[in-house]
Design a binder for this molecule. Structure first.
Ligand SMILES: Cc1cc2nc3c(=O)[nH]c(=O)nc-3n(C[C@H](O)[C@H](O)[C@H](O)COP(=O)(O)O)c2cc1C
Length: 353
């Protein structure tokens, strides 16, 4: 496939063009291979004035590049001939009013990279995470009684709700996403499984201590990213923030405008925008960036801390910076504490607003 930016169509030099494509690797890269690729790419992109991001996930590359048409064409001549990948499919190619990426980032996602990331290894080694296969089995058999018993027995053994969420329920959601991606379960199984995990997460919430109930005077709008059908993270957060005494509202918007309207009307202290906890959703990164930007301008005179979450961030494949947010959660646990700190900090910096 060739990029349709031949000389005749090259735009004026001050225009910014963006291209997004996916491709398949022709070899099994190690982390060192990906690091080297990124390191060299960063240097050349800087010289060519290009920004963007590159994701690697289980044998596939996904890349967005942006910059002048001339710079992009020069690089594309190299990338399109690179023998390290094949089946290049251009997903979008257009002129953009402003760059989405301030810098060049290489983000290597888990998968068949010869050496998994430190985060994955640490996670896999956790005692609770070793129960993921058993929980997946219960989920795929629709055995909610078995699941409740498993969760209850963990609580009896002294595991607290945060640990169960971080090291068992969220990793199980990701494993379920993997099962769906590799065709080991149906979309129906995935949807039912996520609802079962939502209920299990609800069951592990800590019993609120009456005196502590209104310990926070902050408010938060919990939103799924526009168009995101998976609500596990958002609904687990609703329990956690309510227990921490926040005023909580939830919204499942179908557009950035709908979310902005809600933010303008409510003017909360924080908003959390959640992607799927089960699926990586790497292709939605640029879209999420627009959602975050739109959310910031919803109520220009009001300071709202913007948090994002979902598997993309739990896997460390993306950061808050990549999407222009103030905070990205790797797990739902502890988010209320982190956001309260951020609100305090921002108010000190900017005044109450
Ligand atoms: C998936 C993929 C993405 C790449 N992205 C970039 C990039 O953003 N910037 C870059 O300079 N090289 C990138 N490369 C490497 C280029 O294909 C090429 O090897 C490098 O730019 C050197 O160009 P040359 O071989 O024409 O000298 C990428 C390679 C692959 C396989």
């Amino acid at each position: 496939m060739t990029l349709q930016l031949d000389d005749a169509t090259i735009k004026p030099s001050d225009w910014t063009t963006s291209i997004t494509y996916q491709s398949k690797v022709t070899f099994r890269p190690t982390e060192a291979d990906l690091r080297e690729l990124a390191w060299k790419a960063r240097e050349r992109n800087h010289t060519l004035g290009l920004t963007g991001m590159l994701l690697y996930d289980r044998g596939r590359f996904f890349q967005t590049l942006e910059g002048s048409p001339v710079g992009l064409k020069t690089l594309w001549d190299s990338i399109s001939k690179d023998p390290r990948h094949c089946d290049i499919e251009i997903l979008s190619e257009h002129i953009i009013p402003a760059r989405l990426f301030g810098a060049w980032d290489m983000l290597s996602v888990h998968g068949d990279v010869a050496r998994d990331s430190d985060i994955r290894r640490a996670e896999a080694g956790h005692e609770l995470t070793r129960l993921v296969p058993a929980l997946i089995d219960l989920v795929l058999h629709g055995d909610d009684i078995g699941m409740n018993q498993t969760i209850a027995s963990l609580a009896e053994k002294g595991w607290d709700g945060d640990a169960i969420l971080t090291h068992l329920i969220e990793p199980t959601a990701r494993a379920l996403g993997d099962a769906w991606l590799s065709d080991d379960c149906s979309e129906f199984d995935l949807t039912i499984g996520l609802s079962m995990l939502q209920l299990a997460g609800h069951a592990v919430r800590s019993t609120p201590v009456p005196g502590k109930l209104r310990q926070s005077r902050y408010s938060i709008l919990l939103a799924t990213a526009p168009g995101e059908p998976h609500t596990l993270g958002t609904s687990l957060l609703a329990d956690l923030f309510t227990d921490a005494g926040w005023q909580v509202d939830m919204v499942f918007p179908d557009s950035n405008q709908a979310l902005a309207n809600q933010l303008a009307a409510q003017q909360p202290d924080a908003v959390d925008i959640g992607l799927s906890e089960a699926l990586p959703r790497e292709h939605t990164l640029a879209k999420l960036r627009q959602t975050v930007e739109r959310s910031r301008f919803a109520a220009p005179d009001h300071l709202t801390v913007v948090s994002v979450g979902g598997r993309l961030f739990a896997d460390a494949a993306a950061t808050a910076e990549n999407v222009g947010a103030d905070h990205a959660r790797k797990t739902v646990a502890g988010t209320s504490i982190q956001l309260a700190e951020l609100i305090k900090l921002k108010r000190q910096q900017h005044g109450p607003g």
